[in-house]
Design a protein around this ligand. Structure first.
Ligand code: SF4
Ligand code: SF4
Length: 437
């Protein structure tokens, strides 16, 4: 095995065998539901109307859209309504169960070596591929890195309890991930890619080593299993020793990181000529009957996802979108799978901290463990009191909301809760200032 790479701070979380169990079984394909509700961004201009018939994979917005959205099933558009998950519109499609593929999707037959970087970026843009978690356009991220990136890193780590979707995807479709990485190398015009895997995934390491062999384009890099290794900036920090100063400047340092899922989606867009219309997600937690990793069509209702996984056991105290550490609690009401989703956790009170007992004991554990070298106790205090300027001075924008400080805090301080709230206030104030100008 190669040298072990890591970063300063973070936390080694001991995952119980129960928390690992979603990753033990192969990915299950969930049948497409009777209706999907596909959310659009605020600025999306629709190219379809109520009553139209749409094919699976058909673009629902204008051709020039930076992150196009596509129909995940074929059928009739029943409604175009306000998305219950946000303020934008959502397209509701009645599934005709035919999976009739959009005839306008032209199979990609050209040789990759004869395809220019611009052409590759355009294929990726048209496929509407966005990153897991942050939802950032993959085509846009390539464009930002063009000319500046010297090294591509493929993030194959997860490092949070319950999360197993990335692991299963790579284990079952390693060639999709590696071929997607090769397409990215061509688009970015960089010489090689580091495939970054965590040490605890021995079966993944072996599988990838076997396929990579002596390929000069791909190098395996094994990192310590430590949260939040999955963050893009910390992947760079671990493997190269460099610390990107702010979230959007990794390409300026010469590095660009894409997730294993993005690579697999890129390969699918080229090999199957299919846009991003489904996601592989973990469904876990102690309130779901069958913890699983499943492949789901975009726009599927969460209640049906839960039913597919055996149903909910008891009344979850919290349903989390994303991981236990970095995820966001979902509010009541139905939620529909979006392109950036990675996991849904149905959690009892065992996994949900109470905010009422929080008190700082001045132990310094949060400071020692913060991977971004912030002072979480002060940052959270300013954030809680709404002192946004002071929070900004303490590095509010550098906080990656990894939850390490909260996890390590013996006083029960919910740093991330306060920090997120302060960021929301800051963004609201900025939006107001811009609209006043
Ligand atoms: S870990 Fe918690 S108790 Fe310790 S210094 Fe930080 S906020 Fe205070
Ligand atoms: S302050 Fe932010 S970056 Fe630092 S440990 Fe807490 S959540 Fe993570």
């Amino acid at each position: 095995m190669s040298n072990l790479y890591t970063f300063t701070g973070g936390v080694r979380i001991r995952e119980s065998s129960f928390e690992k169990s979603a990753g033990l079984s192969p990915i299950k394909n969930m049948p497409a539901p009777d209706r999907v509700r596909i959310a659009l961004r605020n600025d999306t201009k629709l190219s379809v109307a109520e009553g139209d018939y749409v094919f699976m994979g058909q673009m629902l917005c204008e051709e020039s859209d930076p992150i196009p959205v596509h129909a995940s099933v074929s059928g009739k558009i029943a409604e175009i309504e306000l998305d219950p998950n946000g303020n934008a519109l959502a397209v509701v499609i009645e599934n005709d169960k035919e999976d009739a593929r959009d005839p306008e999707i032209i199979p990609f037959t050209q040789k990759l070596t004869e395809t220019s970087p611009d052409e590759i970026v355009e294929i990726i843009r048209r496929a509407g591929i966005c990153e897991s978690e942050d939802g950032f356009s993959v085509a846009r991220r390539i464009e930002c890195a063009l000319g500046g990136a010297r090294r591509l890193l493929v993030n194959c780590t997860e490092c949070e309890p319950f999360l197993s979707a990335r692991y299963r995807l790579i284990l079952e479709r390693p060639k999709d991930v590696l071929n997607g990485a090769k397409i990215l190398l061509r688009a970015l015009e960089v010489a090689y890619a580091d495939i970054v895997v965590e040490e605890s995934r021995l079966d993944l390491i072996r599988a990838l080593e076997d396929i990579i062999g002596n390929n000069p384009l791909l190098r395996l890099r094994v990192t310590a299993t430590k949260h939040p290794e999955g963050d893009r900036r910390l992947v760079i920090n671990s493997v190269t020793g460099k610390e990107p100063p702010a979230r959007e400047t990794t390409a300026q340092l010469g590095y660009v990181v894409f997730s294993a899922e993005a690579c697999a989606d890129i390969f699918r867009a080229f090999a199957g000529s299919m846009p991003q219309i489904e996601r592989v997600v973990t469904v876990g937690g102690d309130c779901i009957r069958e913890q699983s990793v499943i492949s789901v069509r975009v726009g599927t209702p969460l209640s049906e996802i839960a039913e597919f996984c055996g149903g909910v056991n008891g009344t979850p105290k919290r349903i989390v979108r994303g991981g236990l550490m970095k995820g966001h609690a979902l509010s009541d009401g139905e939620y529909y799978l979006s392109k950036e989703d990675t996991a849904f956790l149905f959690l009892s009170k065992k996994y949900v901290k109470s905010r009422s007992t929080s008190a700082c004991l001045r132990c310094g554990k949060c400071v020692e463990s913060c991977p971004m070298h912030l002072l979480p106790l002060y940052l959270a205090k300013h954030a809680e009191k709404g002192r946004i300027k002071k929070a900004l001075n303490m590095g509010l924008k550098s906080c990656i909301e990894c939850g390490t400080c909260t996890y390590n805090c013996p006083g029960g301080v919910e740093h991330v809760y306060h920090i997120r709230h302060a960021k929301e206030l800051y963004n609201l104030n900025r939006a107001k200032e811009e609209s006043d100008e």
